[in-house]
Design a binder for this molecule. Structure first.
Ligand SMILES: N[C@@H](CCC(=O)N[C@@H](CS)C(=O)NCC(=O)O)C(=O)O
Length: 285
């Protein structure tokens, strides 16, 4: 990629903001939403995951986990989406996305931690277990071996193999659906008390959670929040913000959209079955 030239040698390129991502990456959506909300322009370093752009020596030197996003600001590399989001808030002008109130900040940090620890792996398992596996399974045995070998973390590699091989029946996929349903339920509780997840105004917690709800909608799983009125209002408000269109309509891909929707529809009844136990416990909503 041409952009590697900018990183080589000791002369850092100043006043330059670059974001490395692939267009459908959930964790990159979080950062892109943050930048859009703050009105910060950046250079889009769009990677082709399937062509191996995440495992080149140059990319691994920046992000040894072989994942996106990676930000480079004035030659300094920053990884981990939540850390990047907080950095953007602190480093750039624009609307404030973190309040002054210490308790509210702690609540926002808690949402962001859950996004990293729980919702991202859950969304990955569900996306792969329902949709992406179909693409992965078109690979030859040799290509598949390389594909798995390229996932550096052993736990992540094993989880990926399970959801690709077993689809919606994989324990990890089903656990992912339950985790995301619990996320929706927790969001409903929070949004019954305040307009946004970040308080009375939009902030980092809202940007952090938006991509997970969006993915569920893309998979035609919006029925999961049928009983959550506050979440429904929040979701309408989020989709009406200019940042949403800027980020989610940047790379139109009708084939993928169709694939996500129809793959989700195929397993809709199974998904309803998976959440029926916990949905009963949340019947108060
Ligand atoms: N904790 C990391 C997770 C990054 C991550 O898992 N990124 C995914 C996309 S959302 C990725 O690049 N996956 C590589 C792949 O699918 O091969 C972060 O928040 O930045």
């Amino acid at each position: 990629m041409k952009s590697w030239l900018l990183l080589s040698g000791k002369n850092k390129v100043c006043a330059l903001l670059e974001l490395y991502y692939f267009p459908t990456a959930t964790c990159a959506y979080k950062v892109r939403l943050t930048l859009a909300e703050k009105g910060v322009d950046f250079m889009h370093r769009v990677l082709d995951r399937d062509a191996g752009d995440l495992v080149t020596p140059a990319y691994l030197a920046m992000n040894p986990n072989a994942v996106v996003p990676t930000m480079v600001h004035e030659g300094q590399v920053i990884i981990e989406s939540s850390i990047i989001m907080t950095y953007c808030e602190e480093a750039f002008e624009g609307p404030r996305l973190l309040p002054d109130d210490a308790l509210l900040r702690a609540r926002i940090a808690a949402w962001m931690k859950k996004a990293d620890d729980l919702y991202l792996p859950a969304t990955g398992a569900v996306t792969y277990g329902v949709f992406r596996r179909k693409e992965v399974l078109t690979k030859t045995a040799e290509q598949l071996a390389v594909y798995y070998a390229d996932i550096p973390d052993e736990t992540r590699r094993a989880a990926r193999r399970q959801v690709v091989e077993q689809g919606i029946m994989a324990p990890a996929t089903q656990k992912g659906i339950k985790t995301l349903y619990q996320m929706l339920s927790d969001m409903e509780d929070a949004l019954a008390e305040q307009r946004f997840l970040s308080g009375e105004t939009y902030g980092l917690a809202d940007a952090a959670l938006t991509p997970f709800v969006s993915r569920l909608e893309e998979l035609s799983f919006a029925f999961l929040w049928e009983g959550f009125p506050h979440l429904k209002d929040w979701w309408q408000a989020i989709k009406a913000r200019p940042s949403f269109g800027t980020v989610f309509n940047a790379y139109p891909n009708e084939a993928r959209k169709h694939g996500l929707r129809t793959s989700g529809e195929e397993v809709g009844d199974i998904v309803r079955g998976i959440i029926s136990d916990i949905a009963g416990d949340n019947a108060g909503h």
